[in-house]
Write a protein that binds this ligand. Structure first.
Ligand code: ADP
Ligand code: ZN
Length: 524
């Protein structure tokens, strides 16, 4: 590959030091710069914080002509431009938020060739008269940030991005660099196809070794959350919930428990949201309970933990959201509280949507997310495998590695549950069943005479959560069913008979009643 530097006296390394103040390139950065300088299209796939921006910022200073950077968020543009200006690089942004007189001034500067990098929103870029102007100005490169927004496979499809495919047709000789932090193989291919490029691909490792992944079955979510947060000793954390209502509910409860916490969701005013964000950034607030609206463009390096209180939509979202922890490279935690019934619920919602490719995509994503949560193998291996990265050894820093699931002979537990379902005439749901098993003297048990059943109290030596976990496993194994049409009452399946008769032994996973993984560290 030939080095088409305009000013050969200033090799990339020198500019890296002088302008950006860094000593050396990170893996892959230099290669991708050389490619784009040679006119090749590039796809840069790097996790958040990996150093994507430099991949186009540095070449932009070497090439003659304007580098156009497509970016979906005004706040992102502004941050980038501010920091470039601080480094003495002439950069600017153009979007609808800019007053008209400033827009005019900027256009003048562009025509005088004073701007090296122009950050712009896709809709502004694609205005026909602006495209025409660019043809006249001479573009050195298009950088497309958050390129997954072009794909319906990505987690953040934006219709404005869909039209970017016309760039290659209109500017066939101008190299395009697409950049993204979230690309499984399908998204990756889709990005290239939609942009009409066959690029050089820089795929850096997605491993975030300092993040410890834990998936815990939701048994008593409120207690589990409180226990987990208490062990964090006031460190910064984000708790993601799937709905605004849930955000408010969790935030209120945590506040009552004495934590420094605020809610964040799209139902709040812009002002309220900015205030929360700012206080969080300044460490005046320990915890933000939020919907996924919180986070994109947040650059807080010392977030020590991210909790998913509900099942994320996809592995990409999960990875992206947990990736906001530990940007400083220090140890961080990602906790997913997982309720198996969530899968069925979400699947049901998707099923009721309009059939078509979009529905299939959603189902596929849900299934892979569910597979991750249910996996009994190293979490990091599952994650990295999903992103197409080989990981041949278990990581040693996830719940499965640190505390492998134990199996035990659960025949007796199963018999207690199954015969109690039978004695209750298959007319009651999980909670009532557990009350009877644990020998509750509550009115709803006594009034029905359920304290007279032979199975009343046979499970009183174990807590509610223990039996919840056992019952869920029996459902999962197909021994009992939940009849959703009749108040979720439990029904026995044929497969239950041999277990009840003691003809087969049943191995179960030992219920985990506490979060096994605490913040007490060991080196790794
Ligand atoms: P991304 O866009 O991939 O999330 P950024 O481009 O914002 O990541 O870079 C993340 C951080 O890494 C920034 O603080 C950036 O200045 C820094 N960085 C990037 N490249 C290098 C490098 N070669 N050496 C040191 N720091 C770097
Ligand atoms: Zn592991």
């Amino acid at each position: 590959l030939e080095l088409p530097l305009l000013n050969a006296a200033e090799p990339l390394e020198q500019m890296l030091r002088q302008i950006f103040g860094y000593q050396s390139f990170r893996a892959g950065q230099r290669d991708v710069m050389m490619r784009v300088l040679a006119g090749q299209d590039c796809l840069v796939v790097m996790p958040t914080g990996g150093g994507k921006s430099l991949c186009y910022q540095l070449p932009a200073l070497v090439m003659s002509g304007l580098t156009v950077v497509v970016s979906p968020l005004i706040s992102l543009m502004k941050d980038q431009v501010d920091s470039l200006l601080q480094s003495g690089v002439n950069a600017a942004y153009l979007n609808s938020s800019l007053p008209r007189d400033q827009q005019l001034q900027l256009l003048r500067q562009l025509h005088q060739g004073e701007i090296r990098l122009l950050y712009i929103s896709p809709e502004r870029l694609l205005q026909p008269e602006f495209i025409e102007r660019l043809q006249y100005l001479g573009v050195a490169m298009f950088a497309i940030d958050e390129a997954h927004c072009i794909s319906q496979w990505g987690h953040d499809f934006r219709p404005e991005y869909a039209q970017l495919g016309m760039l290659k047709q209109t500017f066939p000789t101008v190299p395009i660099m697409a950049l993204t932090a979230t690309a499984d193989n399908a998204t990756r291919l889709d990005i290239c196809q939609r942009l009409g490029i066959q690029p050089y691909i820089l795929l850096s490792s997605f491993d975030r070794p300092n993040i410890r992944y834990t998936v815990a079955e939701k048994l008593n979510a409120a207690n589990q959350l409180r226990q987990f947060i208490s062990a964090q000793h006031g460190a910064s954390g984000i708790i993601y919930c799937s709905s605004r209502r849930r955000v408010d509910e969790v935030a209120t409860r945590l506040r009552q428990q004495g934590f420094a916490v605020e809610a964040y969701h799209a139902g709040m005013t812009q002002q309220e949201r900015s205030s929360v964000q700012e206080r969080f950034l300044k460490d005046q607030l320990d915890i933000v309970v939020a919907t996924v609206a919180f986070g994109m463009g947040i650059n807080k390096s010392n977030v020590r933990y991210v909790v998913h209180y509900d099942l994320p939509k996809s592995i990409e979202s999960y990875y992206q959201e947990t990736g906001r922890a530990g940007r400083d490279g220090l140890e961080a935690e990602a906790l997913l509280l997982f309720e198996p019934a969530d899968i069925g619920r979400v699947r049901h919602l998707i099923d009721q949507g309009t059939p078509g490719p979009q529905q299939e995509v959603e189902l596929h994503k849900l299934n892979t997310m569910a597979a991750f949560a249910e996996a009994q193998t190293c979490r990091r291996q599952v994650l990295l495998h999903y992103f197409g990265e080989a990981a041949d050894r278990p990581c040693g820093n996830c719940d499965i590695c640190l505390d492998p699931p134990k199996r035990y002979n659960g025949t007796e537990d199963a018999q207690k549950v199954l015969s109690c379902v039978y004695r209750l005439k298959q007319r009651f749901g999980i909670n009532h069943l557990i009350e009877v098993l644990r020998g509750s003297a509550a009115a709803n048990v006594i009034d029905r005479g359920h304290d007279k059943l032979s199975t009343w109290g046979v499970g009183k030596d174990k807590p509610h959560e223990y039996w919840l976990s056992v019952i869920r496993q029996l459902i999962h194994l197909g021994l009992i069913n939940q009849d959703i049409t009749r108040g979720s009452c439990l029904l026995l399946n044929d497969a239950a008979r041999p277990v009840l008769r003691g003809e087969v032994a049943l191995m179960l996973a030992e219920p985990r009643l506490t979060l096994a993984v605490s913040r007490r560290r060991h080196g790794h």
